[in-house]
Design a protein around this ligand. Structure first.
Ligand code: F6P
Length: 549
């Protein structure tokens, strides 16, 4: 029994039924499932917005899907969903509401937190962002010397970096190509150095993005950036024209020396990894313009509405979340690959790593007890076709089960429409070929039929039965990007709900931060840090020796 009076997940009849079903299914063969149901390739598909989702190449039957939905019902996934959309404090360890969905709510929607409708404030900030972005884009907002802003550097880390950086890359074809937009996150000085070394300070705007405005990496980089600017412009007053802040913490922003008139606000009910459609997206909005940014929000909202209202049978985030549960908990899969066949999505999986792994990488349940089941997977992947020539070998013929999402587009972005059409078809031929090969493999007889010598037959055989989801859309537009991100946000939510963990805190990153602060004086001053373990002590001594200290 859970401390909250609920039966522990792995003791529920729904969990037990799934375990039994898994045993009975044994080694499911996708070849057999497809042979037994000629309609499977269209029946096991769903649509949401512009996304076509094919889940036919999964090791599931109708029974599996029914049992998974029963588990979702038993764990009250939809109850928690409604509590989230309703502004309840479902982030219990931080006692906060979880309302990234309010960031894309229509202007006339009412979403209350503690009796107050938060939507007007959301739109007030969006309007302020749009006004500022418009002024930067038109050249009306100039730097301290009157020069036009040509460079925008977002300084932030984690959720204050990955979202806008990923989306900027994804929507490059929609950006103002006359603007240089860069993202600095790492406390390694090399990051800032490389981002600004060829820029003119008089033409550079720094956007300091930090929910808390206490994150050491961001504050350190922001301080260095200010030093670089003042070194060139030699006037403190320049900071007001070259620095703006995105934060929930006005006091710290002012303390850093940024005029709070140049601060774009968001709220504690927006988690860092769920924040890029808040003020945190300012760099993106400057790059693509307010209209495109709003189109992206519309895409998010479309999937929010689907998740909130679609029945379990056709609810895409629910389905994707449950498929992850099926592999993680009943097939011992440890990881999940996300493989976009769009070079513009080169940062998409890195973005999802924070979204998924910071949300669901937890071994303590909402009831404060250790879970007895696997939680979040390792999320990884890079765009196809590059991965095909690197690690796909292991997915095809390795010893691990790696469920994968393949994301592709029927059209290249408009800018590429002058390119030979065959280039995009070639990309997509690979996209379709890979999921086919993963699902159906190649039998020894098929290999023999090609005249392969007997001793090579086992090496050239592909067992298949590697499960994939295919997500296909016409084109990667701002709206489609919003739809994709919302889809994954809600998928992660579903899994956290089933596993009974708080997907919205991140206590696991705190210890490293505390220890780094403690170790730093040992590096710089050789201070004797009490309680330092023998390994770290020796490493620190070697580091100091190598630095000639
Ligand atoms: O250390 C993890 C984290 O707290 C993330 O959750 C967050 O996105 C990131 O740091 C940055 O935090 P902030 O926006 O407050 O600087």
């Amino acid at each position: 029994m859970n401390a909250d009076g609920r039966t522990r997940l792995n003791q529920t009849p729904e969990w037990t039924a799934l375990a039994k079903h898994r045993e009975e299914l044994g080694e499911v063969r996708l070849r057999e499932l497809f042979a037994g149901d000629p309609g499977r390739g269209t029946a096991y598909t769903l649509r949401v917005g512009d996304l076509y989702i094919d889940y036919s190449k999964h090791l599931v039957t109708d029974d599996t899907l029914r049992l998974l939905r029963e588990l979702a019902l038993a764990t009250d996934v939809f109850g928690l969903r409604d509590a989230m959309f309703g502004g309840e404090r479902i982030n219990t360890t931080e006692d906060r509401a979880v309302l990234h969905t309010a960031l894309r709510a229509a202007r006339d929607t009412v979403v209350e937190v503690d009796g107050e409708n938060v939507v007007p404030a959301v739109h007030a900030v969006l309007d302020k962002m749009a006004d500022f972005a418009g002024r930067v884009r038109s050249g009306e907002w100039t730097g301290h010397t009157g020069k036009r802003i040509r460079n925008v550097v977002n300084v932030g880390i984690g959720g204050s970096d990955l979202g806008p950086a990923m989306a900027y890359e994804a929507l490059r074809a929609f950006t103002d190509r006359d603007l240089t937009v860069r993202f600095v996150s790492n406390v390694d000085g090399a990051d800032l150095h490389e981002a600004i070394r060829d820029l003119d300070p008089a033409e550079t705007l720094f956007i300091i993005a930090s929910k808390t405005f206490t994150t050491i990496e961001t504050v350190t980089n922001a301080t260095s950036a200010r030093g670089w600017l003042l070194n060139a412009l030699k006037d403190e007053a320049a900071v007001a024209r070259h620095f703006v802040a995105l934060s929930t913490n006005a006091e710290k922003v002012a303390g850093f020396g940024i005029d709070t008139a140049n601060m774009f606000e968001f709220w504690d009910w927006v988690g860092g990894r769920y924040s890029y459609d808040s003020a945190i997206g300012l760099s993106l909005m400057i790059a693509i313009g307010p209209d495109r940014f709003r189109e992206m929000l519309d895409g998010f909202r479309l999937v929010d509405e689907h998740f909130r209202t679609a029945p379990a049978e056709s609810n895409v985030p629910l389905l994707l979340g449950l498929l992850g549960v099926w592999y993680g908990n009943f097939h011992d899969a440890q990881s999940h690959a996300v493989l976009p066949y769009s070079h513009y999505l080169s940062k998409f999986t890195a973005y999802l790593q924070q979204l998924d792994m910071e949300s669901n990488g937890k071994y303590v349940g909402r009831d404060g007890r250790e879970v007895e089941w696997q939680t979040g997977p390792v999320v990884w992947g890079t765009p196809g076709t590059n991965g095909q020539h690197a690690y796909y070998q292991l997915i095809h013929q390795g010893t691990k089960l790696i469920p994968a999402d393949f994301i592709g587009f029927a059209e290249p972005v408009a800018e590429l429409s002058g390119e030979p059409a065959a280039q995009h078809d070639l990309l997509m031929a690979n996209f379709f070929a890979q999921t086919q090969a993963l699902a159906f493999g190649k039998t020894p007889d098929e290999v023999r039929g090609e005249g392969v010598p007997e001793e090579l037959v086992p090496h050239k055989t592909f067992k298949g039965d590697h499960p994939t989801t295919t997500i296909l859309a016409r084109e990667l537009t701002p709206s489609v990007l919003g739809q994709l991100v919302a889809l994954y946000e809600h998928k992660v939510f579903v899994q956290g709900a089933v596993w009974n963990i708080d997907s919205f805190d991140q206590w696991g990153v705190e210890l490293g931060k505390v220890l780094a602060k403690r170790v730093e004086p040992a590096l710089t001053e050789g201070a004797d840090v009490p309680g330092l373990d023998a390994s770290t002590k020796a490493l620190v001594a070697t580091y100091r020796e190598l630095r000639g200290r």
